[in-house]
Structures are given as C-alpha cells and as structure tokens.
Design a protein around this ligand. Structure first.
Ligand code: IPM
Ligand code: MN
Length: 394
C-alpha cells in the first residue's frame, strides 16, 4: 500500500496533549505514515480571527486523512472580545472548527463506538433483583448523521420577511401569528434523503460486517414527523438489502431512559445529528466517560478521527499532564481500521483492554479523583504513563 500522510490537527486545550500520545502508539504498533501538522482552533482565532485556516483545509483536501485533538468554542460575544483590537468589530464570527471541517468535506457519517473494557472502574453497574451488582457489557456503536439536522446552520433570530411569509403558509403557524418576527428564533432541522440513506447504509453495512443482529433507529418520528420520518423510512429501505439484520425503532426520549436499564440490548444505533450527539455522550457515560470515547467522521473523500471529548482548557496547563489519552489513542485505532490496517487496530484495542484489566495504571478519571496536580501523588498515572502502559502492552 502507498505510504499515507495524516494531517495532525492538535487544536488547543488538551488536544495538543493527547494527540502526540496517539502518534506514539501508532508508531509503536508499526504503522508507518508521514504526518503533517496543521493549525486549528482557539489560538488561530485569537491571533488571526480564523479558527480553521485555509492551509489546514488545503492539507486535508490533499491528504484526506486527519487526526484531530480538540478545539475550544466560546459564546459569540466572548469570542469577539478575545480578538486582537484590530480584528474586532469586523463582523468576524467564531465557529466550531470540527463542525466546519465536517461540513466542508461532507463528513456525513460519524461512527462512535461505546464499548466497555472489563475491569474499568467507571463502567456502568446496576443492582440486580436479588440485590447483587451486575456489570452489563456495553457494546454500542452510534452512527450519527454528521452534517445536517439542527447543525445545518440555517437559523435566524428575527427571520427576514420572505422567510416569515414562507412559514406563514403552514397551517401550524397560526399559533404564532401574533408573535413579531423580532421575537422569533428559528433553527432549521434539515434532513435530506441522500444523507439519510448514507447514514442508514453505513449503519447496516457495519452491523452486517461485525455480526450485530439489529440496527436501532433512534429518532422521534411520532412527533417530528417529517425529518425523523425520513430517516426511519431510509432505514426501512436500506434494511431490505440486509434481510438478516433486523431494524428496530425507538424514540430518543425513551432510549435515554432504557440505556441505563438494559444497555446490553443495544448494538448499532442510527440517529440524526443532535440526537446522535446526545446519545453518543450518553452511552460514553456508561463505558467510562469521554476519556474512553473515540469518534470517526467519514465522507466520500476524507476522514477525520478524534476523541469525543472537548478541549477541557482548565486541564491543559499542568506541568505533568494528567488527562486520559485513551479516547485519542482509540481514535488512532479507528484511523487504522479505516485505512485497512485491521490487525494493528485490533492490537491497540487489546493493549488498552489489557491495561484496563490489569488495574495497575489508572488515570485520575478512572480513580474518580478531582483533576489537580496532586493526583499524581495519590496513585494516578500521568497521561504519558498511561500511554507507556498501552505501548508496553502492545
Ligand atoms: C462532538 C462535539 C461537537 C458537536 C462540538 C465540539 C461542536 O460535541 O463532536 O460531539 O457538537 O458535534
Ligand atoms: Mn458531542
């Protein structure tokens, strides 16, 4: 196979801490690739007013494969106030670079595995009928439509008259007829059939290839009829090509109740953008939290791999970093899987599983310690020590 080049976008906050750890693991597992560094995130905004520089987009356009650390987002007014004076008042607006990359390259399929590693003290447990404690094995993969829905960005506070007039053609607008447009905020939840079919196909193909018996479509078609209905219809259509994979449908609200009752009953889940965002965090919470949750954003010509966690800037300034690098390491393994390096990806998984099961090396989140430099004296491993343990276990 031709040697690959991976665009590395550490970003800010803890992104630049965890991303190099994933690279160490990729090296250790024998993955030979070239890496190019690209800037993204808060520093780019603060100094130049652009969170996603053109060079980064060009590199992604060229190499089509990226590792992303994390990028801070702040409310609009605060973002503006942190710009250098000469860039203020020019109408520059901050936007989330990870969302911008997803949309720029149409990375419409997000894959978010939430799998418990046995022995993780953060795993979800529940009380059984006889009072004993059970630890169900969670093995869920959320397929989140990654570019549309409420992330369409088509929104207004005070919609212009043409938009208002168009809305007023809908009979349900009667209820709002006395509300002046300036008192109205509108965020369009746009679903398109091609995107629904693509996420449904990705979910069914994955279930088929990995031996999951069913796909659960998690939306709210009883109320949000048109958009949720379109995704469910796409799932029904795609399911016909996978007769041995069942299709289940559940509503998002019910799902967030069921997932702490019987999480072991779920496997592949497919959702729109916002519900998929919520569900992937909810399931991540059952398997150790965001320190264990990787994510892939995949399009037809580019793919980005990142931890689901954010930039957590308050944990970034430590002399010895203490954040858990596992989510980023697992994101690296997802990259390997994506480029066909299945065995190397599996080795990383097995190594993480062994470190977790061995119980000797635990980052502070795993010990439920409040993050502070003191945790190192309380038995917590540093970020680097955790990676070292994974490399050792390889
Ligand atoms: C995620 C994150 C992002 C999102 C944020 C950082 C914009 O929560 O990847 O799930 O909302 O998609
Ligand atoms: Mn999220």
């Amino acid at each position: 196979m031709a040697r690959l080049t991976v665009v590395c976008m550490p970003g800010d906050g803890i992104g630049p801490i965890v991303l190099p750890e994933a690279l160490r693991v990729l090296d250790a597992v024998g993955f030979e690739a070239d890496y190019v560094q690209a800037e993204v995130g808060w520093e780019c905004w603060r100094t130049r007013g652009e969170p996603l520089p053109a060079r980064t987009l060009e590199l992604l356009e060229t190499w089509r494969l990226g590792l992303f650390g994390a990028a801070t987002s702040k409310p609009m007014d605060q973002a503006e106030s942190e710009l250098p004076p000469e860039l203020q008042g020019r109408g520059l607006t901050y936007y989330s670079p990870s969302v911008a990359i997803r949309q720029a390259f149409d990375l419409d399929v997000a894959i978010r595995p939430c799998r418990s590693f046995p022995g993780n003290p953060l795993n979800f447990i529940r009380r059984a009928a006889d009072g004993s404690v059970e630890e169900p094995r969670v093995d869920v993969v959320v397929f989140r439509q990654n570019t549309e829905g409420l992330y369409s960005g088509v929104e207004w506070t005070h919609p212009p008259p043409q938009v208002r007039a168009a809305l007023d053609t809908h009979r349900r607008m009667v209820r709002f007829r006395y509300i002046p447009s300036e008192d109205m905020a509108l965020s369009c939840r746009i679903f398109t059939r091609p995107a629904c079919l693509r996420i449904a196909e990705a979910a069914f193909r994955y279930a088929d290839e990995h031996g999951y018996p069913s796909v659960t479509c998690c939306e709210k078609p009883n109320i949000v009829r048109e958009t949720s209905g379109m995704l469910l219809a796409a799932c029904r259509e795609v399911q016909r090509a996978f007769p041995h994979v069942d299709l289940w449908a559940t509503n998002i609200d019910t799902m967030t109740m069921w997932l702490t009752k019987n999480p072991e009953d779920y496997g592949v889940i497919v959702s729109g953008n916002v519900f998929g965002d919520i569900l992937s965090d909810a399931f991540a919470g059952l398997v150790g939290g965001l320190g264990f949750a990787p994510s892939a954003s995949i399009g037809a010509r580019c793919a980005i791999f990142e931890p689901t966690h954010g930039s957590a800037p308050k944990y970034a300034g430590y002399e010895v970093p203490i954040v858990n690098p596992v989510a980023m390491i697992l994101a690296g393994a997802m990259l390997l899987d994506h480029v066909g390096e299945r065995e190397r990806a599996r080795r990383i998984h097995r190594a993480v599983a062994r470190v977790v099961a061995d119980a000797r090396v635990r980052t502070c989140d795993m010990l439920r310690l409040r993050a502070s430099p003191e945790v190192l004296g309380q038995g917590a491993a540093s970020t680097r020590e955790m990676t070292d343990a994974v490399i050792q276990a390889l």
